[in-house]
Write a protein that binds this ligand. Structure first.
Ligand code: AMP
Ligand code: ZN
Ligand code: FE
Ligand code: FE
Length: 291
């Protein structure tokens, strides 16, 4: 069984609609795919309808932007109740924070002589509900300033870069509580990928486990083989769920093809059991024999 538990649609910064993402997952031979757009559940209904059509099982999730010891940390939240008021309130705050900084980022770029206007950005961000740095990166590509998103981040947008502007994110331990109270299963995304490795050592992960963390994403392209071995050992010592996933962003991120990294079926089973025991009304949808 091929299971990919971390993908993005154009509701955040992927490039396919939720429907097309789910159909692409089926075409790529996946049996289970999770939609995990940044900080929103807005793609869930469209993805769920498509999963039934396409004959692929869908895990509804979110990749939540949080902060831990001053660093940005991404938290995957699987199968929470999308109707949970505290969860949606926190997600709205994050999305507002993302949008509020965009005019400042554009103004910084204009100071650098780049004609980055709101109108031009709207053309790049399309119908995305969550405008982020990747959309500003796409604008820089369209303006011919850089070759691709990676170069845009390297030269302008990455933390501390000339057009970087910080934004609101909830503290990770607080978000663990919000996710669990909504029946969701919290899993650290790419914990030793760019940005967060230095704050997430084994002691920190153990502390987070005691505060409700359920698992860590080990098999991710940001982790080299040695990193994966060390993370897998930590997960085993701490009895955490181990996941693997593509972090697919459509054509927005090269190399992250659907199913290029996968999660073992027994680990998905643990996630489903946990969501049920946390009282979540959300479960796997779209393939009866898996539910
Ligand atoms: P934001 O949430 O608006 O701060 O944007 C962060 C998002 O940008 C991340 O979740 C990634 O999807 C994407 N991103 C971060 N760094 C890079 C990079 N070097 N190249 C391409 N995309 C990136
Ligand atoms: Zn992204
Ligand atoms: Fe991420
Ligand atoms: Fe992601």
């Amino acid at each position: 069984m091929t299971i990919d538990l971390h993908t993005h649609s154009r509701v955040s910064d992927g490039t396919a609609s939720p429907r097309d993402l789910v159909h692409a997952a089926a075409a790529a031979g996946l049996q289970v795919v999770a939609i995990t757009d940044h900080d929103t559940t807005l793609g869930w209904d469209e993805a769920a309808a498509a999963a039934v059509e396409a004959g692929v099982a869908l895990v509804r999730g979110i990749e939540v932007s949080t902060r831990f010891r001053g660093a940005g940390v991404h938290l995957l939240a699987y199968l929470p109740d999308a109707g949970d008021a505290a969860l949606q309130e926190e997600l709205s705050r994050i999305v507002r924070g993302r949008e509020d900084r965009v005019p400042t980022m554009l103004a910084r770029l204009r100071e650098l002589g780049i004609p980055a206007t709101e109108e031009a950005l709207a053309a790049s961000a399309g119908d995305s509900e969550v405008t982020g740095r990747p959309h500003v990166a796409d604008l820089l590509v369209r303006l011919g300033v850089v070759r691709d998103r990676d170069q845009a981040f390297a030269e302008y947008l990455s933390d501390g870069g000339p057009a970087f502007v910080d934004r609101y994110a909830p503290e990770l331990p607080a978000m663990l509580s919000v996710v669990r109270a909504a029946g969701g299963v919290p899993v650290l995304a790419h914990p030793w990928g760019r940005g967060s490795a230095h704050v997430l050592d084994e002691r920190a992960i153990a502390g987070l486990r005691d505060q409700g963390l359920a698992g860590i994403e080990v098999d991710h392209l940001d982790h080299d083989p040695g990193t994966r071995d060390r993370l897998r050992a930590i997960a085993q010592r701490l009895d955490l769920v181990v996941t693997g996933s593509s972090d697919h962003h459509g054509t927005g991120k090269t190399g992250h093809d659907l199913g290029c990294e996968t999660t073992a079926p027994d680990q998905l089973a643990r996630i489903l059991d946990l969501a049920a025991s946390l009282g979540s009304p959300t479960t796997l949808i779209g393939k009866a024999e898996l539910t």
